[in-house]
Design a protein around this ligand. Structure first.
Ligand code: ZN
Length: 485
């Protein structure tokens, strides 16, 4: 009883005395008299002890009875807290209060340079020491993290084998073999999000563990029910050729059509006329080529399959006895034609709705060249190949009428125009699908195109050009073999 009473009347606590004994301030005899000397033997000082100890002089007694706060404030001014703290890995006792401590902070006397290691609780007690606030908040945020870690372990241990439920459930949805109907998909996603939230909230703010685990289990059951519905949905649709499979969905994502997936979800995972316009995933196209071919009215065009981003075709008929190969971007095909083929019963399209790019292969170029030769035969135009410079020319024969009375005319030297591969192929492409026109009518269309644009040059100029080109090539060759000395 007497001990308690004494300690209740402490003038200086243990930690105050430790601090005081290590401070310069308290040694000032002018202000504190012999206080510093007298306190040397004390660990704490109570009012009773002060009263009984006759060694204290008047100044010391006056300060200790009335002004300890002022004195302690001045003492604290000599000290500052260091900004970092440590975690004890063995038994460490606070130098101020002697209690065992885990979080060790350091305070240093700015005058003497003496350092004390002190518990964070004692730093809190002297929170107006310079730097104390900062290290205290560091310790407490670390302790919060430690608590979080502990709760996370607690929660995950309680989950047992379901510890990776959210991750696994998400994977199951991401890898589901079809694009799921919108509501089902978002319900599944939101159940997973709820599970994750229950766990996160417990970890960050604590609460009743078993209640949180119960909630989590309920949501997990809800997920299982929904997932069963998803599996049934797949079983029902797996044979539908318009089912949007995982492969198509991944392809859409990779090609920046995420928004199309949402439209497919809203159409219950089945592709329709609108969404098919964006599907040019090669596997899907390959699977459906027979449908595209079936819907084509004419039978002289054959689908040869896909190559990269295009569909390859071949046309062979009375006009093109040697086949001409052409391509159309799958993207354009699906938008214009493919999306209708796969969704409208009895849909038919004409080959003229195809847009043809003539393939630039040597076999095709040979067939194209031969076609020009045969169609332009007996006209005043021709396509010729200047082998020495590997260049194509349009050649135009010229006639000169002898006299106004005569129907006879005399042929003079033809004129020429460079024929670029681009124009050669484009002109063919333009007449590729024409049916029901005579060969003469078609040759007139082609000649019209040849005559338009570009500059005709006389034979001598063409030959000069060829000669220069040949010589330049020869020079080049010689230079390659005889280096400058
Ligand atoms: Zn302490």
């Amino acid at each position: 009883m007497s001990i308690k009473k004494t300690s209740n009347n402490l003038i200086l606590h243990k930690r105050d005395l430790v601090l005081l004994k290590r401070s310069e301030e308290a040694k000032n005899i002018e202000i504190y008299g012999n206080m510093y000397e007298c306190l040397k033997t004390y660990n704490t000082l109570s009012a009773a002890q002060l009263k009984e100890d006759i060694a204290f002089d008047d100044k010391a007694r006056m300060i200790l009875n009335h002004d300890t706060k002022m004195m302690m404030d001045r003492i604290k001014n000599e000290w500052h807290a260091k900004s970092s703290f440590e975690i004890a890995d063995n038994e460490v006792h606070c130098q101020l209060c002697s209690r065992k401590t885990v979080y060790i902070c350091y305070i240093e006397n700015s005058i003497t340079g003496e350092e004390l290691h002190v518990g964070s609780e004692c730093v809190k007690h002297y929170k107006d020491i310079k730097g104390a606030g900062s290290v205290i908040s560091k310790v407490s945020s670390y302790r919060r993290d430690v608590k979080k870690d502990a709760r996370q372990t607690e929660f995950d241990v309680a989950l047992g084998e379901n510890i990776d439920f959210c991750k696994n459930a998400n994977n199951k949805i991401e890898q589901f073999p079809m694009v799921l109907p919108y509501k089902l998909h978002s319900d599944l996603k939101s159940v997973i999000a709820m599970c994750n939230r229950i766990r996160t909230v417990y970890i960050s703010s604590g609460g009743d563990l078993s209640e949180s685990i119960n909630k989590f289990n309920l949501k997990m059951n809800e997920f299982c029910e929904l997932y069963e519905r998803a599996e049934n949905c797949y079983a029902k649709n797996r044979r539908n050729p318009l089912l949007c499979t995982r492969k198509i969905a991944d392809w859409l994502l990779k090609n920046g059509y995420k928004y199309v997936i949402e439209n497919i979800q809203k159409a219950n995972g089945i592709l329709n006329e609108e969404t098919l316009q964006f599907i040019y995933e090669p596997e899907f196209i390959k699977r459906n080529i027979f449908v595209f071919e079936k819907c084509l009215k004419q039978k002289d065009v054959t689908f040869l399959g896909t190559k990269g981003t295009v569909i390859r075709f071949k046309i062979q008929n009375d006009r093109f006895k040697q086949p001409i190969f052409f391509t159309m971007p799958i993207k354009d095909f699906m938008k214009k034609i493919g999306c209708h083929c796969l969704t409208q019963d009895g849909y038919r399209y004409s080959k003229s709705s195809l847009s043809a790019s003539i393939e630039m292969t040597s076999e095709n170029l040979k067939n194209v060249f031969n076609y020009y030769v045969s169609i332009l035969n007996n006209t005043d135009c021709m396509l010729i190949f200047e082998r020495r410079v590997s260049k194509y020319y349009w050649e135009r024969k010229q006639h000169f009428t002898v006299s106004p009375w005569s129907i006879h005319s005399r042929e003079i030297d033809p004129i020429y125009k460079i024929a670029t591969l681009d124009t050669i192929l484009t002109f063919i492409g333009d007449v590729l699908f024409i049916d029901g026109k005579s060969e003469k009518e078609i040759s007139e269309i082609i000649i019209g195109k040849i005559k338009k644009g570009g500059k005709w040059i006389p034979k001598e100029e063409k030959n000069r050009g060829v000669k220069i080109a040949v010589e330049a090539a020869g020079m080049q060759k010689r230079r390659e073999f005889i280096p400058y000395s």
